[in-house]
Design a protein around this ligand. Structure first.
Ligand code: PMP
Ligand code: GLN
Length: 382
């Protein structure tokens, strides 16, 4: 069989989680919490199920959840999205992103990704028959290089995918970045796929710069988010897309034949739970504590800490470690770290098409404090 994705194997997240399980390592690789969500959220699902909310919901999602999402976006980012025509509930951000691409990218269209980037973007573009145009974020700082982005835009560019807070680098786009992107796209028809799954994890009092805040971006943007990240329920796979009505209409044409709808009782539970903004407003402080705990522990090692401005990731440079394995390719280093030191991490090279290796690996700190402490004890010898 001629593969549609000949270069794709098993994702690095699955590989490293399997290795962590096999070896009994502390799993700071794949990004997911090792603690439970708020029991009230579980109760809300049970309540919805017992109330008989167990059949197909409307295709774009249950109205109460779309209303709650609309209110939240307006309260936080000052833009109104019509719950009826501009918000669609998806099976996580993963389905949202592939559906954005399948509904807008024609064979031969170019789509710009900023590397390093999340692993689903490139195969999604390839499945649509699109041409992937890779623009590197600035090595070392991972900041966007607008000259390079400008140079990559052609008459064939259909879309650019931006992700802030950023997986894997944990950098956060600033207001100047968004304004520059807005100016750059102004004379074009380029669509923006704005992956904002970590929107509620921005640290040190910084704001999340949603594309929704910028009229020139919002008019061309699919804004994607994920309840899995916000409410510690990555296994529920529920997210949403907010986009102007014309874009949402095209999105829904594909969505209805892609998944048609997503889990009814979970949508009702999320709608009820969203009535209280505290859980997402408290999230920066919750994760800042974990970030600081983890960074303080690593400060006693020879890992060089990169900034972690948002998301639940911490990247470290391994090139100053006292062990000879510091010179291994990142992927081999992560295998060694998992097997011999007992802590799983993700190589940054997995987020580049050409496997670019800069001796940096990513840890996830969405873990119980005791898990982080146990990982730090193991890492202390490095
Ligand atoms: N985008 C980014 C940047 C992510 O980190 C993730 C989660 N790994 C996703 C999209 C997918 O989110 P979900 O689990 O809701 O499908
Ligand atoms: N988003 C998570 C990460 O970056 C993992 C999601 C997945 O396993 N596909 O680690």
């Amino acid at each position: 069989l001629a593969s549609r994705l000949p270069n794709v194997g098993t994702t690095i997240f699955t590989v490293m989680s399997a290795l962590a399980t096999e070896t009994g390592a502390v799993n700071l690789g794949q990004g997911f919490p090792d603690f439970n969500c708020d029991p009230a959220l579980v109760d809300a699902v049970s309540t919805a199920m017992q109330a008989g909310l167990n059949q197909y919901p409307p295709m774009p999602g249950v109205p109460v959840l779309r209303e709650a999402i609309s209110k939240k976006i307006e309260a936080l980012y000052g833009r109104h999205y019509d719950a009826g025509s501009e918000i669609t509930v998806t099976a996580g951000a993963t389905q949202a992103i592939i559906t954005c691409i399948l509904s807008t990218v024609h064979p031969g269209d170019e789509v710009i990704v900023l590397e390093p980037c999340y692993d689903s973007y490139v195969p999604n573009i390839e499945l649509a028959g699109g041409v992937v145009v890779r623009v590197p974020l600035t090595p070392g700082t991972f900041r966007p290089d607008f000259d390079k982005i400008a140079a990559a835009i052609t008459s064939k560019t259909r879309a650019i995918i931006v992700n802030t807070p950023h997986n894997p680098s944990a950098t956060v786009w600033k207001r100047e970045d968004m304004l520059q992107l807005q100016d750059l796209l102004a004379p074009t028809n380029v669509l923006l796929i704005s992956d904002e799954v970590y929107e509620h994890m921005v640290f040190d009092g910084q704001p999340h710069e949603s594309a929704a805040r910028y009229p020139g971006l919002a008019a061309r943007a699919f804004i994607v988010s994920s309840f899995g990240k916000t409410y510690h329920v990555t296994g529920w796979k529920v997210g949403f897309v907010a986009a102007p009505a014309a874009l949402s209409a095209e999105f829904r044409k594909v969505h209805q034949f892609n998944v048609f709808t997503v889990n009814t009782p979970v949508q009702h539970a999320l709608a009820a739970y969203m009535a209280n903004p505290r859980p997402y407003l408290d999230l920066p402080a919750f994760y800042e504590h974990k970030r600081d705990l983890f960074r303080a522990g690593l400060a006693n090692t020879r890992f060089k800490l990169l900034p972690s401005e948002g998301s639940y990731f911490q990247c470290v440079d391994i090139s100053e470690l006292a062990v000879p394995e510091r010179s291994l390719p990142e992927g081999d280093f992560c295998q060694w770290l998992t097997r011999e030191i007992g802590v799983a991490a993700i190589p940054l090279s997995a987020f580049y098409g050409n496997g670019f290796d800069q001796h940096v690996v990513r840890f996830c700190f969405a873990k119980k404090d005791e898990t982080l402490v146990s990982a730090l004890e193991r890492l202390a010898r490095l």
